[in-house]
Design a protein around this ligand. Structure first.
Ligand code: ADP
Ligand code: 5GP
Length: 211
């Protein structure tokens, strides 16, 4: 059964870095276990972003049509653009028997917590506000004004951390990645998720074969 992992974080905390690394490792496996949830968005592509791979880039009308046809599991307006997770993405992950990784904002995570109560939610925090600010500045993709907006949004978002199953303080990248990987592994071992495999083993105990 597919597990849905919802990862949220204030902008600049290192969410994309961690998720990209997770997906990179997964692509190198013989049998892939993860599916990245490609969101629909009205924001224009950044350099290097490809339609259908990083996002499905839509016009405002196309996005609103999806929303009005109830094809979105959740959606939110973030920094003036619409973002949403399509039902199709979840269906595909279930068909492929892969765990789904969602990189969505705190508003989207709150909506999915209601709709998908078995989803595993992970909140990524920077080690401090100062570090977040310096990461945003070093990333060099935003103007001072946008950075200020992201920092004040972050102040609102961090108070939500208790709503999540896990909190990952992203200080040293290697260490954070190891903990993220550990969360995925542990969740796959939960008793209720491995019942089917256990039943097969138990069956062998019920009908022992003589050597
Ligand atoms: P988000 O997706 O949360 O907005 P990014 O993954 O783009 O954040 O990370 C913001 C910046 O911080 C990037 O330049 C990234 O390389 C850097 N970064 C991410 N994690 C760490 C870390 N643990 N230590 C130092 N720099 C980091
Ligand atoms: P960016 O434009 O930097 O890629 O993303 C901006 C914010 O939108 C990030 O916090 C990201 O997690 C969030 N986001 C991306 N896709 C979705 C989505 O499908 N739904 C919601 N609610 N947020 C999303």
């Amino acid at each position: 059964m597919s597990i849905v992992f919802i990862i949220s974080a204030p902008s600049g905390s290192g969410k994309s870095t961690l998720v990209e690394r997770l997906m990179f490792e997964d692509r190198r496996r013989e049998e892939r276990r993860l599916q990245f949830s490609v969101s629909a968005t009205t924001r224009p592509p950044r350099d290097g972003e490809r339609d259908g791979e990083h996002y499905s880039f839509l016009s405002r009308d196309e996005f609103l049509r999806l929303r009005d046809n109830d094809e979105l599991l959740e959606w939110a307006e973030v920094f003036g653009n619409f973002y949403g997770t399509t039902r199709e993405v979840l269906r595909k992950a279930e068909q492929a028997d892969r765990d789904l990784i969602l990189d969505i904002d705190v508003q989207g995570a709150a909506q999915l917590r209601e709709k998908l109560p078995h989803a595993v939610t992970i909140f990524i925090l920077p080690p401090s506000r100062q570090v977040l600010e310096s990461r945003l500045r070093n990333r060099s993709s935003d103007s001072d004004e946008v950075i200020e907006r992201r920092l004040s949004e972050a102040a609102r978002e961090v108070v939500d951390y208790e709503q999540y199953d896990y909190v990952l303080i992203n200080d040293q990248l290697e260490d954070s990645f190891e903990r993220l990987r550990g969360i995925l592994l542990a969740e796959r071992c939960r008793t209720n998720r491995i019942k089917e495999s256990v039943q097969n083993i138990l069956e062998g105990f019920r009908t022992p074969t003589t050597p």
